[in-house]
Design a protein around this ligand. Structure first.
Ligand code: FE
Length: 225
């Protein structure tokens, strides 16, 4: 997979996402702050000023959240046929020697008014680098919870293509006692994005190369009840 291609195609998206005068707020919320279960998040996303208002700028330190409220809710998307309940709790789905490009995805789970949601559940599942799901075991399947600042970190590999689908990672996100949002994350610059009928650019990762694969970011914006 060509990372250069990713960058060339991603730059206009970044510029679009960064030109809205978004306010950067510190993520160093007091660790004693309770999860924002009672946040009065707007139920409608119609007044959202920009598609990418809650997404981190790629050059931004991961310790801050670039979010302008009201932020667009993360779009829901079909679960697909390969979800399997009972995954282990783990932030890393990567196993030493696993084929494919190593990928670290970090970000926050936020309310529409940009408040971090602590102890939010994230459940990830995906195909391996060859496009195959483990339907008998739990390879590349796992769940985790955000920390007190609403942050998560997933370590995995870039999934492969399989017939009819572009590269994607499935995820379910849920605030404590909130509704489950089932969706998928996509990769910038993949040619098959254009031919995948359910591809949504609002679900694109922001990516950059590192000396250990790819570092990507994505912030989820969900309702808490
Ligand atoms: Fe899939």
């Amino acid at each position: 997979m060509s990372i250069h291609r990713h960058w060339i195609l991603l730059i206009p998206l970044m510029l679009a996402g960064c030109s809205q005068g978004a306010t950067t707020i510190s993520s160093s919320v007091p660790t004693s702050a309770p999860p924002t279960l009672a946040a009065s998040a707007p139920a409608s996303a119609t007044s959202v000023p920009t598609v990418a208002s809650a997404q981190p700028a790629p050059t931004q330190a991961s310790s801050s959240i670039n979010c302008t409220g009201p932020a667009a809710l993360t779009p829901a998307m079909t679960e697909g046929p390969y979800f399997k309940a009972g995954s282990p709790e783990r932030a890393s789905l990567y196993v030493q020697g696993m084929a494919g490009t190593k990928l670290a995805v970090t970000g926050y789970v936020l309310t529409a008014d940009c408040k971090p949601i602590g102890h939010a559940l994230l459940e990830f599942w995906q195909a391996d680098a060859k496009g195959n799901y483990d339907n008998s075991g739990y390879t590349l399947r796992g769940h985790q919870f955000t920390d007190n600042t609403g942050r998560y970190q997933l370590t995995t590999v870039v999934p492969g293509l399989y017939p009819g689908r572009t590269e994607h990672i499935h995820v379910k996100v849920q605030a404590p006692n909130g509704p489950i949002v089932t969706t998928q994350l996509f990769f910038p610059g993949v040619a098959q994005n254009q031919s995948d009928s359910i591809f949504n650019q609002k679900l694109l990762l922001a990516m950059q190369n590192t000396n250990d694969g790819i570092a990507a970011t994505y912030n989820f914006v969900i309702t808490t009840k």
